[in-house]
Design a protein around this ligand. Structure first.
Ligand SMILES: O=C(O)[C@H]1O[C@H](OP(=O)(O)OP(=O)(O)OC[C@H]2O[C@@H](n3ccc(=O)[nH]c3=O)[C@H](O)[C@@H]2O)[C@H](O)[C@@H](O)[C@H]1O
Length: 440
């Protein structure tokens, strides 16, 4: 960690700002330097302990609703306050056939943007997110705060929590589910395979079980991934292409999700639309993704690893800007037909769709770095390394003609324009954090 207050993030290219964690560290060390601060330190420790206990309780859902132990079995019973927050959040403000949408992974990158878009046009929206620590939780909290300001309540719970989801469907009539909660990241799957099974398989099945039993059943739109195309060499990738050679466990769980969706559609009449997202980027993005971590490291003067494929070929991605993805998600919800099941039984065939949502113009990773350098006004220290064998694929390229015809999906943001917006957000977000802590 850098020790100076002026070696982290510029607020504008060339100007420097600090990060929240460093600031706290410096404040803490100043406290420790005085005798009276020792007493304060003890109180702070006690307070921290209490906060940790409170956080653990809240992360299991206590703070949002009411969990209690019934003969040793943990049961969920919504509190009046919880019900009120849910109902309020789900209240549509437009008259023309509004939807009431449950957004899973609402404090995530895409979840935040989709929730906002729906709320802003007058649909009822309630979110759910488990706030796991895959990447900085403070960013998820900031997104939650942002959503709360716009009237979207995000429940803190895991999608495997059947009791809570059941209660939610009893409290409000959810017409649509936008399922974005997932364990993301291609390379992390080798480190923590269980988390992919937990969220992308078990969580998905649990959610489908709840939806199938709901009366009426909601229509579901959910996030699959471009990674299902795996090691395919035919480009651009079309929905008709094979998807049976995934290169990572992440991809395999998304592919499994598509098959599970087929089953629930076939047996229970759930209307299900899967969206294969292509490397989505933009403001409020995911710190684990290359464009975000490169930005952070370039600003810190740290070297970045740029992977190269066989024969020193640059890797390329069909990077897709968040606003284009949001339009695709909302159009999918708007065109989703009703589920046909009732009381857990199918009464007729239901809609089952799968769409690519990409940008249709792949860009190499070195070009992405060139653009970041331009908007950060700083040079990257580039380490060119061989692509590790950890699930990565050499390129992605979407054919979106199906989404174009059926969803009127037209990506309009090129990587240069999108990254410019991302960098602007990044700089202002971290500047805002430092402004906040200066009051602390
Ligand atoms: O479309 C998807 O379905 C997936 O998109 C995203 O995966 P990827 O396309 O792999 O994005 P990302 O990690 O940003 O790497 C981008 C490029 O930078 C290269 N890369 C990466 C890291 C690094 O240190 N160096 C490097 O060259 C890397 O080799 C790659 O060529 C989502 O994370 C994933 O959750 C899923 O949604």
């Amino acid at each position: 960690m850098p020790s100076s207050t002026h070696d982290n993030f510029p607020s504008t290219p060339g100007k420097v700002k600090m990060e929240r964690s460093n600031y706290f560290g410096r404040v803490a060390s100043r406290w420790h330097s005085t005798a009276s601060a020792r007493l304060l330190g003890c109180s702070a420790l006690l307070l921290a302990f209490a906060l940790v206990v409170l956080f653990r309780v809240s992360s299991s859902g206590f703070a949002d609703g009411g969990y209690f132990s019934n003969n040793g079995v943990l049961t969920f019973k919504p509190t009046l306050m919880w019900e009120k927050q849910v109902r309020q959040s789900c209240l549509p403000t437009r008259g023309d056939n509004p939807m009431v949408v449950l957004v899973t992974g609402a404090a995530g990158f895409v979840g935040t943007h989709v929730s906002l878009a729906l709320k802003k046009r007058g649909d009822g929206v309630v979110g759910i997110d488990n706030f796991n620590s895959y990447y900085e939780i403070s960013l998820k909290r900031a997104r939650q705060e942002h959503l709360a300001k716009h009237g979207v309540f995000v429940i803190e719970a895991d999608i495997n929590n059947a009791l809570l989801l059941k209660s939610l469907f009893e409290v409000v009539q959810i017409t649509h589910v936008m399922h974005l909660a997932a364990q993301a990241g291609v390379r992390y799957a080798m480190e923590n395979p269980g988390s992919y099974v937990h969220s992308n398989i078990a969580g998905l099945v649990n959610l489908f079980e709840i939806c199938k039993a709901a009366n009426p059943q909601p229509a579901i739109v959910w996030a699959s991934s471009s990674s299902v195309y795996g090691l395919n060499t035919k480009v651009p990738f079309s929905e008709m292409d094979r998807t049976d050679q995934p290169a990572s466990l992440y991809a395999a769980t998304k592919k499994a999700g598509e098959e599970i969706a087929h089953t629930y559609n076939h047996i229970y009449g759930l209307s299900i639309t899967g969206l294969r997202f292509f490397t989505v980027y933009g403001p409020w993005g995911r710190p684990d993704m290359a464009y975000f971590s490169f930005t952070r490291d370039i600003l810190k003067g740290k070297p970045i690893n740029i992977y190269q494929g066989a024969n020193n070929k640059d890797l390329a991605r069909d990077f897709t800007y968040i606003d284009d993805i949001v339009k695709g998600c909302v159009a999918s919800l708007d065109t989703a037909e009703r589920s046909t099941g009732s009381g857990g039984k199918k009464t007729g065939p239901a809609q089952l769709r799968i769409f690519n949502l990409g940008n249709t113009s792949p860009v190499t990773v070195p070009t992405l770095v060139d653009i970041l350098e331009k908007y950060l006004n700083m040079k990257a220290i580039r380490n060119i390394v061989k692509m590790p064998r950890n699930g990565d694929v050499p390129f992605t390229h979407a054919n979106v003609s199906s989404a174009q015809t059926q969803l009127n999906y037209k990506p309009i943001t090129d990587l240069d324009t999108g990254l410019k917006k991302f960098v602007k957000w990044y700089l202002s977000y971290y500047e805002l954090v430092s402004t906040r802590v200066s009051f602390w």
